[in-house]
Design a protein around this ligand. Structure first.
Ligand SMILES: C=CC1=C(C)c2cc3[nH]c(cc4nc(cc5[nH]c(cc1n2)c(C)c5CCC(=O)O)C(CCC(=O)O)=C4C)c(C)c3C=C
Ligand SMILES: [Fe+2]
Length: 390
């Protein structure tokens, strides 16, 4: 099983991360304690559901502004002091209208919309089949935070289908308040006060970046791309993670940065164990707005590497498991042009994991391992002392 999860090492300080109120879920921090592998049978009358969480993305250019409005209306994306929270929606309107024209151009450059819905549906199908291969019948649902199919719709369907046990699996390897945290908050709000849902045993996988199956799948993809360079040993492996404002980490206790660093460390360890001694670096992309975000910024590091004489670079998107605008446009177009203009001569990018069989198989294992932790009417406690995982 994966390396010890740092999630439990105080990475979710009790300070501000508001995940501790009453909730009808158990927590399985997958890859850490849930060792009993892949052998779980459901009673004949049980109906298992797996809910995949993702952001969603605009499917057409007309969807872009309302998608951005939904995104910036999220108090976990623009975090306002309580006193100013009445400004959230007007601000979301303003920012979404301001950003829409440029964002539309960017979605136009990747074919007129986000592929995220199609790709997530494909992952859901692949996961359902992988579970079937482990003799586990499950309905796999997709719940998007900011666009169709919305999380709320997915939960309605889960109820309509008479689900008797649910595993919640965010498609983000690392936990951030702005991604998994936001979806789980909404999930809990919906569950509270609903008679059926509050009795439904649920297991939430908060992060899974340390799972061996995921780490090995990433290392496989990196090795495949490395082999395409003329001199693989001279390639700089450049991990580019989605950024978040620094205040998330420093003030709100977001474990995202620590998990990201540990994730990169584990992938590099795996590559080293396979005999790859490449240099590597981690930087953060996709900054929006005037705040300071996690540093170093991807654009700045690329320029610096070019200036320092790095000639071959392999970009590895590390916070995403499917292709979307930030891989297809931001990295493949923006950062690639910048790198080539800065002196880097050989550029390649590792594809997102998508439906890579070893990866989907590992997600299926994570689901199976989470099952014993499904609980109803429990307190969702995710700090060191209070995790439900033994
Ligand atoms: C780990 C993944 C992500 C983190 C962390 C994250 C934080 C974050 N994002 C914004 C602003 C935007 N996000 C947008 C789209 C978008 N973001 C993610 C992932 C993370 N976001 C995904 C998967 C998507 C959908 C991509 C698609 O193909 O549609 C957008 C719109 C697109 C763009 O401009 O790039 C914005 C804007 C903030 C402010 C934030 C942290 C606070
Ligand atoms: Fe985002």
């Amino acid at each position: 099983m994966g390396a010890p999860s740092s999630l439990t090492a105080g990475l979710l300080p009790k300070r501000n991360l508001n995940l501790q109120a009453n909730s009808a879920v158990g927590v399985c921090i997958s890859g850490r304690n849930c060792e009993e592998k892949s052998h779980h049978t459901l009673a004949a009358d049980e109906k298992l559901g797996v809910l995949l969480l993702n952001t969603g993305g605009p499917e057409t250019l007309n969807d872009v502004q309302p998608f951005l409005y939904n995104l910036f209306s999220d108090p976990d994306v623009i975090r306002l002091p309580r006193l100013f929270q009445f400004l959230q929606r007007p601000l979301a309107k303003l920012v979404s209208v301001f950003l829409a024209p440029r964002t539309k151009e960017r979605y136009a450059a990747i074919g007129g919309g986000s592929p995220l819905r199609r790709l997530t549906d494909e992952q859901a199908d692949a996961l359902r089949m992988a579970l079937e291969g482990k003799n586990l019948q499950a309905d796999v649902y997709v719940g998007m935070r900011y666009w169709y199919p919305f999380l709320e719709e997915a939960i309605e369907q889960i109820k309509r289908d008479g689900t008797t046990k649910l595993v919640v699996l965010p498609l983000f390897p690392q936990f951030s308040i702005s991604t998994t945290g936001s979806s789980i908050r909404v999930f809990r709000q919906i569950f509270e006060g609903d008679a059926y849902l509050s009795r439904l045993p649920v297991s939430v996988i908060l992060s899974w970046y340390q799972r061996q199956g995921y780490i090995r799948s990433m290392a496989d993809l990196i090795e495949i791309e490395l082999a395409k360079f003329a001199k693989p040993e001279e390639v700089m492996i450049f991990f580019s993670a989605h950024g978040v404002p620094i205040s998330y980490v420093e003030d709100a206790g977001d474990p995202y940065k620590d998990q990201m660093e540990e994730c990169v460390y584990l992938i590099m360890q795996e590559l080293k164990a396979r005999g790859n001694g490449n240099d590597h670096t981690l930087a953060y992309q996709s900054r929006v707005g005037p705040l300071q975000w996690l540093k170093p910024y991807t654009a700045e590091v690329l320029v610096e590497l070019g200036r320092n004489g790095v000639k071959s670079l392999l970009a590895v998107p590390i916070s995403f498991v499917s292709e979307h605008i930030e891989t297809l446009e931001e990295i493949d177009m923006g950062y690639k042009d910048l790198a080539l203009g800065s002196g880097i001569e050989n550029w390649r990018r590792v594809p997102a994991l998508g439906c890579t069989p070893s990866f989907i198989g590992d997600l299926a294992d994570a689901v199976v391992e989470a099952l014993p932790y499904a609980k109803a009417q429990q307190t969702l406690r995710v700090t060191t002392e209070e995790s439900d995982c033994p």
